[in-house]
Design a protein around this ligand. Structure first.
Ligand SMILES: [Fe+2]
Length: 529
């Protein structure tokens, strides 16, 4: 018996190095990794990517960065086990950008990059489908850390990235505020942005990501823009600009910069002129526009694109005139959908930054899924538990939606001021009634008596279908209710915002395998006795 045990231990000691060798030489396969588990690390020398960028229906840019200058090769193909196409660049550099051309429309391509003998895992992406056909877009943003003392990305952001990878989107748009701030400390900025790209590149392996500039992503307020970190995080077109446009699958995408120096929170001047031309010249009937700051904020009231009401109304009118389908923004850390005269406004700022509580709700971590198919658009807000929290569909064929906003943030809800009312389409007729009184076609301000008041709003569409909404206002306290910031903080910083180290997973697996082998060997030996 003693000899049997000794033999077993010797057998295990013989087997252990083989097991270790097997594990160490096996590359994690993203296709067979458990859902939500993305623990694979970039190979040695790879400090960024690889990521897929600027994808069209026939081309894609593959980007990665090595810590020392190396050559570059991309092997790719339509089958994972047959990467039969190759593009190489023998120039020895650190930043590698290789454009794949001649790709098939609406197809999944697998790719692997190699620099000086070091190969990445095999990833995949989808080329843009034919114009007017189905594709899936994910929009999310405001993932910035809560504090700048150690700019750790929120665990919620890391978890959302895993969920978005599992969605296998064609394209991703991010709505800004990726870091808490950029300063004159270069090493701090590098650290903060690296923590962002380390997580974001896990999604960038599989889908092109475009981002708008957030107010926390630049130091424009202090006189120095420092856009180089933003431009480095997102692959841009030839002449990097914080505002630009492109076409994808028959949809026109316009990304705006709401953080222009000295005119922050405004779309005006040369950028507005450019926007007018951009929306006028496109031949695509469906148009998506993005910026960091919303037109109709719930928390940053009068400190978003509504700070200049004349310009805000001009922008809304432009969107209506040019038939803009969607305007999506962040800045408010919550989810909200408001349709104004046929233009869908969505605030999706719940990717990890501390949530904002407002009288209108929406304070949950989430991403927005947008399914586009032949003139139809489905919007779905999905939270961290994969629960669908909001859904909306275009074309919308329900009754007119009536939404009310009172200006809680800046104590504007005073006697004599007008409540803000919005209609999902331009109504054929509108009637207002304060405190159950007679209907009027003219909206008057809050009643003079400081008290609780009701406002009934009736609106009809072109088919004389009426909608009704009742709003209750307390005018005796102009500061009520004061929105408060939630105390939500990242729930798990055990691994400093990054996935658990691979070594930890390996050790657990090895211990399990060794234990199983010991049991089997002992049983076999006992049976022979
Ligand atoms: Fe912001």
């Amino acid at each position: 018996m003693r000899r049997s045990v000794s033999f077993s231990i010797a057998f295990v000691l013989f087997l252990l190095p083989l097991l270790l060798g097997l594990v160490e030489t096996t590359s994690p396969n993203p296709d067979i990794a458990p859902e939500g588990s993305f623990t694979e690390a970039a190979p040695a020398h790879f400090v960024r990517g690889p990521t897929v960028n600027l994808v069209t229906n026939s081309s894609a840019l593959i980007f990665w960065r090595t810590d020392v200058p190396m050559n570059a090769t991309v092997d790719y193909g339509l089958e994972k086990l047959n990467l039969n196409l190759t593009v190489s660049n023998s120039t020895v550099v650190g930043d590698h950008r290789i454009t794949l051309t001649g790709l098939a429309v609406g197809s999944r391509y697998y790719y692997q990059v190699t620099s000086s003998g070091t190969a990445s895992d095999v990833y995949h992406f989808k080329t843009a489908p034919a114009d007017g056909t189905e594709f899936k877009m994910i929009v999310f943003g405001d993932n910035r850390p809560a504090t700048d003392t150690a700019p750790v990305q929120p665990q919620e952001y890391s978890d959302l990235v895993d969920l978005v990878v599992a969605e296998e989107p064609h394209i991703v748009i991010m709505t800004g505020d990726y870091v808490l701030g950029v300063t004159d400390d270069h090493s701090h900025n590098l650290d903060a942005w690296e923590r962002f790209t380390n997580i974001t590149d896990r999604l960038g392996h599989y889908a092109p990501i475009y981002g708008v500039l957030g107010n926390h992503d630049t130091s424009a307020y202090t006189g120095t823009l420092r856009l180089e970190y933003f431009f480095d995080a997102f692959e841009m077109y030839d002449e990097p600009s914080p505002y630009f446009s492109f076409d994808y699958a028959g949809v026109h995408f316009t990304l705006l910069n709401s953080e222009e120096q000295y005119i922050e929170g405004r779309i005006t001047g040369a950028q507005y002129d450019w926007l007018v031309d951009d929306l006028t010249n496109t031949t695509n009937s469906m148009k998506f526009v993005f910026a960091h700051q919303p037109l109709y904020p719930l928390r940053h009231i009068r400190s978003a694109l509504d700070r200049n009401m004349t310009e805000m109304k001009r922008l809304q009118q432009l969107f209506e005139d040019k038939n803009v389908t969607l305007f999506a923004a962040g800045h408010d850390h919550l989810f909200d959908r408001l349709t104004v005269n046929g233009v869908v406004h969505i605030i999706t700022g719940g990717a990890g930054a501390p949530l904002y509580s407002t009288p209108w709700g929406g304070a949950f971590y989430h991403y927005l899924k947008v399914d586009v198919r032949s003139g139809q658009v489905n919007f779905t807000a999905i939270d961290l538990s994969s629960v669908v929290r909001e859904q909306y569909q275009l074309p919308y064929d329900g009754p007119i939606e009536i939404e009310g906003r009172f200006l809680a943030n800046n104590s504007m809800k005073r006697n004599g001021t007008l409540p803000q009312l919005y209609f999902s389409e331009i109504p054929a007729e509108v009637l207002y009634s304060w405190d159950g009184g007679s209907n009027s076609t003219t909206l008057t301000g809050f009643p003079d008596e400081p008290d609780e008041h009701t406002l009934d709003v009736y609106a009809s569409d072109s088919e004389s279908l009426w909608s009704h909404e009742r709003f209750v206002f307390n005018t005796y306290n102009p500061d009520w209710p004061t929105p408060t910031t939630s105390t939500a903080t990242p729930t798990d910083t055990t691994f400093n915002g990054y996935p658990p180290p691979m070594d930890f997973v390996l050790v657990l697996g090895i211990v399990g395998v060794v234990a199983a082998v010991v049991v089997v060997v002992i049983l076999v030996r006992l049976k022979r006795k």
